[in-house]
Design a protein around this ligand. Structure first.
Ligand code: GAR
Length: 193
């Protein structure tokens, strides 16, 4: 099984997934890391771990469909089975969705459907909730709206800041994402055999 990771930023989730795969903890390998941002730190992290990377700027294309057609070509040439969004901050459009239907997943730092979109952690603090969390879901055309695969709660404590909450949420993400990705790879292996 082959994975492609999509990321726009720091890439801590991407790094955890690459390390899990390299440690033999996933039934698959990370074939490719794709970023829409050539300066994203995730690219250097993945390269340091020996993973192939590619930066594809959406603005280099006439429109989103052409950009996504390029993504699809890269994924197909690596024979990717599962696309894993790890801090990829763009909506997936119809070209990519139809080519990889049911094969794109995302992680989001809230208990969806609460706090979709940007800065879910800030949204949770603003709303003064006592519990937020992490959601992994299949990607559809909406913003953080696809069918939910797994969720974990993260309680807020007195005096919680954006920084402390982000740290707790990321710790949960780093455990949950490899576990769920591995479950999905097993399911796909089962379907193919
Ligand atoms: C993660 O917390 C992920 O849940 C979030 O971006 C962060 C990326 O961190 N994704 C979204 O908000 C998607 N809507 P990382 O670059 O360190 O993995």
């Amino acid at each position: 099984m082959k994975l492609a990771l999509f990321a726009s930023g720091t890439g801590s989730n991407a790094e955890v997934l690459i390390r899990s795969a390299q440690a033999g903890e996933l039934s698959g390998e990370v074939a490719l890391v794709i970023s829409d941002k050539p300066s994203a730190p995730v690219l250097a992290k993945a390269q340091a771990l020996g993973v192939k990377t590619v930066a594809i700027r959406p603005t280099s294309f006439q429109n989103k469909a052409e950009y996504e057609q390029e993504l699809v070509s890269r994924l197909q040439s690596e024979e990717v089975d599962l696309v894993v969004l790890a801090g990829y901050m763009r909506l997936i459009g119809p070209v990519l969705l139809s080519a990889y239907e049911g094969k794109i997943i995302n992680i989001h730092p809230s208990l969806l459907p609460s706090f979709p979109g940007l800065d879910a952690i800030g949204q949770a603090l603003q709303a003064d909730v006592t519990v937020t969390g992490v959601t992994i879901h299949y990607v559809d055309a909406g913003m953080d709206t696809g069918p939910i695969i797994a969720q974990r709660e993260v309680p807020l404590v007195e005096g919680e800041t954006h920084e402390t909450l982000a740290k707790k949420i990321q710790a949960v993400e780093h455990k949950l994402y490899p576990t769920v990705v591995n479950q999905l790879l097993h399911e796909k292996l089962g379907e193919e055999s």
